[in-house]
Design a protein around this ligand. Structure first.
Ligand SMILES: *Cc1c(COP(=O)(O)O)cnc(C)c1O
Length: 219
């Protein structure tokens, strides 16, 4: 599996060069959600240190023994009853997407005296089934998080509609970040990360292209 990792790393490096961006300016978040540990171990052994998970419980179970070695990003929906664990466990929470969650995070960050880095998820294609704050509400939500709740925001995250050209969606996310003074953009997955690098991604979230396709065991 680590040859796949090396290939993704070199494609990111090539995309950085093509886009005229500094080498190493894009962080690879290896999305290990639902993967068996024997797919993850070689990637860890090959030196990958930043991983993305979409479930708090699953992440804690599998990563607790390796917690000191890795940076962990929560990239899946966060329920308010999991906020305590998420604040305690993750380095980055990429899915802040509603006021109730932002308030719960602010309370828990104060209580624990520990703040994960925070990204707001924007529903950039305005898809009814998808999580994220609507683009038209993003400026107001960012202001609420910062000014009323005192949250230190780092950036924005999005998942464009599967069947659209992702480039205009990435460009729209970047415009929202730029006008709000947010430096980081988490965008781009296995099928479109090079386009995302061209459009200004500072991190890409790549799963199946590194680990192989996911198998979802029956619940
Ligand atoms: C699963 C997932 C990814 C990775 O998707 P791939 O197509 O396997 O690269 C990236 N971001 C989010 C939010 C995900 O849920």
């Amino acid at each position: 599996m680590s040859h796949a990792l090396a290939s993704i790393r070199s494609r990111i490096a090539a995309a950085e060069t093509t886009a005229g961006r500094a080498a190493g300016s894009v962080t690879l978040v290896a999305v290990s959600k639902t993967q068996p540990w024997d797919h993850i171990a070689p990637v860890l052994a090959a030196g990958q240190r930043v991983f993305g998970e979409n479930r708090v419980q699953e992440a804690m179970e599998r990563w607790t023994p390796h917690r000191q070695d890795v940076e962990l990003h929560l990239i899946g929906p966060l329920q308010t009853n999991k906020v305590r664990d998420a604040v305690a466990f993750f380095d980055v929470i990429e899915t802040v997407d509603r006021e109730k969650l932002a308030r719960a995070l602010a309370g828990e960050i104060a209580r624990q005296g520990k703040a994960p880095r925070l990204y707001i998820q924007v529903n950039i294609g305005e898809e009814p089934q998808k999580a994220g704050i609507a683009p038209a509400e993003a400026d107001g939500f960012i202001a609420l998080c910062r000014d009323q709740l005192g949250l230190a925001l780092e950036g924005l995250m999005c998942i464009p509609p599967a069947d659209d050209d992702p480039a205009p969606h990435f460009a729209r996310l970047r415009a929202i970040a730029d006008r709000n003074g947010l430096a980081k953009l988490s965008m781009g997955m296995s099928d479109d990360f090079e386009i995302a690098v061209r459009e200004g991604a500072t991190s890409v979230r790549v799963g199946s292209a590194i680990f192989g396709s996911r198998t979802y065991p029956p619940a």
